[in-house]
Design a protein around this ligand. Sequence first.
Ligand SMILES: O=C(O)[C@H]1O[C@H](OP(=O)(O)OP(=O)(O)OC[C@H]2O[C@@H](n3ccc(=O)[nH]c3=O)[C@H](O)[C@@H]2O)[C@H](O)[C@@H](O)[C@H]1O
Length: 429
Amino acid sequence: MSQVNEHNAPSTPGKLKPEKSPYIHHRLRIHSSLSKLTLWSSFFLAFILFLFILSPPSPSASPRRALGDSWGGSHWEKRVAKSARRSSSSSLAVLVTGASGFVGTHVSLALKRRGDGVLGLDNFNRYYDPNLKRARQRLLDRAGVFIVDGDLNDAVLLSKLFDVVPFTHVMHLAAQAGVRYAMQNPGSYVHSNIAGFVNLLEACKNANPQPAVVWASSSSVYGLNSKVPFSEKDRTDQPASLYAASKKAGEEIAHSYNHIYGLAITGLRFFTVYGPWGRPDMAYFFFTKDILKGKQITIFESPDGGTVARDFTYIDDIVKGCLGALDTSKKSTGSGGKKKGPAQLRVFNLGNTSPVPVSELVAILEKLLKVKAKKKMLPMPTNGDVKFTHANISLAHRDLGYRPTTDLETGLRKFVKWYLEFYSKKSSW
Ligand SMILES: O=C(O)[C@H]1O[C@H](OP(=O)(O)OP(=O)(O)OC[C@H]2O[C@@H](n3ccc(=O)[nH]c3=O)[C@H](O)[C@@H]2O)[C@H](O)[C@@H](O)[C@H]1O
């Protein structure tokens, strides 16, 4: 009986073909399978490439990273370390998340100006014009602040940053902002304001030394609270939007990281911040744009016909509040993920204490722009907006030395001046 070894074993019993060399036969089969595999792989790769080219950009994707931008390497580490280098041992070394954002840019510049080391982190997402973010990045670059292009949810990147720099503080300003947009893209609020925040706090609690954390909460946490002015002691369990709910969740998450790991954390409830280099999704910004274009603007009225008002707060006042919070932060008490004792946990209102009706905001813009607005009054939609905000700032005044000094007209004048320069043809940005 002929012996059947593993090379000439038939795939179907009884169909042995001993006349061909089994070795050659096997090689031919492998060769043909490989050719087929290569052909199908090429088709598959071409198909993926085709889909990639056709797919619309994700609102949260960075345009540069999509082209293969990466971090790491000795040159990159040197840039990171240089940017975060402080001028003296008493200065701070601060990681500013959301550094190419509106508040992030101003806070980074102010810290750098006084000699603190500053490293920025930003994912340059497309929620609003990325060109404005890149222009802010150039401004910071000239001041010696490097912004790492990366996402809060990238745990490996965050851990690397803490390896390269022993940050004393984290100023966490990266967030999915906007009250009304939350109905269009709820997932982005969960991604940035909840998952991203947890990921950042994980990196902070693992760091050795642990930094003190100051982060941006929001006036929107007061939600349907009707007691005015809003005090930190008032209820914040009735958010009117997912944005507000995500910021309130952040405050609770902060509590748990403080409690478990000894992280010193300060939340700042910002009240409708405005000013030069501002956010194009905010009303004062797009009203300016539309008034200049002769386009109609919509002014919301409360459903009962009353005015809708905001405690508009000028960016320079907010920056002073942020620096005050950083400077009065105590050290975190834990290290390497272990709590050693109770740590500081604070929440402050940063507002202007002077609510202004939206119709008055428009009147000031008309005066400054010297253009009459085409106005349409509409009842305020029930998609997250609240009727009124008004901050009680006595706690921030007492503990941070916070005292806002800019009234709406003065602040808007500075904004309009910047806007006209920035968007003029002569602008070098
Ligand atoms: O304090 C905050 O924590 C939040 O402030 C900001 O939210 P808001 O106070 O809602 O600012 P913003 O949209 O500029 O609307 C201003 C006013 O214009 C009214 N408004 C708006 C749009 C419109 O078309 N018409 C109109 O009347 C509107 O009804 C409102 O009365 C930030 O965007 C948010 O990210 C968060 O930081």
